[in-house]
Design a protein around this ligand. Sequence first.
Ligand SMILES: [Ca+2]
Length: 337
Amino acid sequence: MKKEVFICLFILSNIIISCQNQDNKQKCTSDEPVTSASTRQNIIFDTDMGSDCDDAGALALLHKYADKGEVNILGVIFSSGKNRYGAGMCDAINTWYGRGDIPLGQYSGNDVGDVNNYYSMQIATDTVRFPHNITDSAEDMLMVYKRILTNQPDSSVTIITVGHPHALYYLINDAEGIDLVRKKVQKCISMAGTGTQPGECWNFTKCGVAPYISDILERLPTAHYFSGAGTDVLTGHKLLPSTPENNPVREAYRLFGNSISNGRPSWDQIATLFAVKPELYSIDSIGSLVKNEDNKTYWDKNRNNHRHKKVIPLVPAIELEKMIEELMAEAPAGKTD
Ligand SMILES: [Ca+2]
């Protein structure tokens, strides 16, 4: 081969390779979510799944943001020690969205939790209609938290609690756990009553959790955001009913007081949405969440805690309803209705 011909062929082959790479890049940018892995929110979702259906809606939201490349769901923790089927319910939702391998943790104690069953047992035990492989048991939540946190970059993890938050107590009262929280956790977001008058809050007052709360409020060494909105944001009854009958989120709403017809307040979705879309919220940094001697909690404007922040949606309820309902009803990636 003459030298000139070889050089021409070399240049031509480089042009072809370059074009192929360009094609691949274009393919990637058109097929993959634009958000890079490093900007995704790394989230541990801690829930009292089963006590209400908004937990199911909130986990659905997270999965859809994971589909869109905005979130990594690092783990799901079921915080109740009483109705054990919540773990299976979480697994059914994770599997529905194609993420049945997400680490699951469960409270191994029996002093905190809701004994009632509304939908967890029905869905967790029906592994034919709702394919998944965990029914009523998962590894101890503290072990799961610590293992997940150990493997994450520093200051990269957001913990969302939409149930009883006593796992945070166990974390900060464990020598390894508190080190991990200091190093790895960027912030915690908790669904809790944030009114300025003392009130009983399901997540922070009821079901045996009250003795854990003061320590969490006073000693958690990270920013702690509290979201109490959602009563006037009804979801689950507009688009969710048209999703497949073997969608475990749809079934949770159907079984929980026929919320699939009536709708249900979106407390847990609104707390969860803050992790992904903080620009939709105002943040009040003046004050702190306090528990009084009656185990009631309230936002005390006169007692400042620089770690405590109260978040309030800036978006009207009707727009939040639309946004949340659409996400809850959107088919999992790769699944068509
Ligand atoms: Ca909840």
